[in-house]
Design a protein around this ligand. Sequence first.
Ligand code: FMN
Length: 354
Amino acid sequence: MHAETRDVWETMSTARTIRRFTDERVDDATLRRCLEAATWAPSGANAQAWRFVVLRSPQQRAVVAQAAAHALAVIEPVYGMTRPAADDHSPRARNNRATYELHDRAGECTSVLFTQKRFPTASELLLGGSIFPAMQNFLLAARAQGLGACLTGWASYDGEQMLRDAVGVPDDWMLAGHIVVGWPKGRHGPLRAGRWRTPSTSIDGTLRRPICWRASVGSVKLDLLTPGIEVGLVTTDLDSMTAFYEGFLALVPQGEIEFEGGSQRRYSLGGSVLKLVTYTTPPAAPAAPGGGRAQAGLRYFTIGVNKLRAVADTFAASDYEVVEPLTEFAPVPGMGWMFVADPDGNWIELFGTL
Ligand SMILES: Cc1cc2nc3c(=O)[nH]c(=O)nc-3n(C[C@H](O)[C@H](O)[C@H](O)COP(=O)(O)O)c2cc1C
């Protein structure tokens, strides 16, 4: 682990979190290269509104130690951590032992505080995007030089105020993170395979849990126009169907709407609407996959929404299938409809104000 590497793949794949360090001082030249690498990172508008503060004075280390102790008290119950017995050599005990050593010896370490200026126009998450790449560059530069590092949460919780006061960070600057560095002590295995368990990446266009990816592409927050759904029952035998729904079930028809190529006869059903749909060119019967034009039976349901154009834009930017594009509903100008398919291929009509 101490070995230097110039290979970027090796650097990334072996940049483990290091928590146990030798007493050897981190020299300025090595530290400066890490900081220089941090400055090569991208930032919003290339503003580079960051400050990296090396905490090395005895006073600053004392505050870091205090913040570390406080962070430990916070994370112990969260992770169910306790100090391992001396004869416990399980992987968990070894990992916990290293974590305790880092926090206990924090006052002996060199560390760097990463700060980012606030801008009222940007969310904190967006501003984080302007400083986290710098922190990652720092970590990779440390690894490339054989230096060990551990990102910590010590500048969070109550540690934030302690570190702010110790460094004199103005209120309009955020503490983005804190990294401890040192020369690694002991052996460190490769990166844990567990990192790959989350299918957050795809190189072949498929994902085991696509919802992870799709959620990150954008999501539609529906502004409901009506409280229920509208169910469209496509039929090739309207007479028999009306006899059943109107005659036998005694649903009261709300009316009939003609549209190009067909019509729908509507019934209130609590907060929802049932529509018997017929097409002038009748589809084949009985049920088959696809939307209403493919087959008779329960083919799709409708959700009434406001701001349909925005919904259509979001669908267009997503991986989900739009089976019939947004179209203004001729009988009622200002209203429109579109059909989308769910991942199983079921059709959903989105209908409402444009
Ligand atoms: C935002 C953040 C905060 C962290 N805070 C702490 C911390 O307070 N103490 C600690 O020992 N490790 C901390 N870590 C280190 C993580 O536990 C470590 O990166 C993760 O377990 C992966 O470990 P590995 O590189 O050995 O696989 C933090 C990591 C991140 C990204």
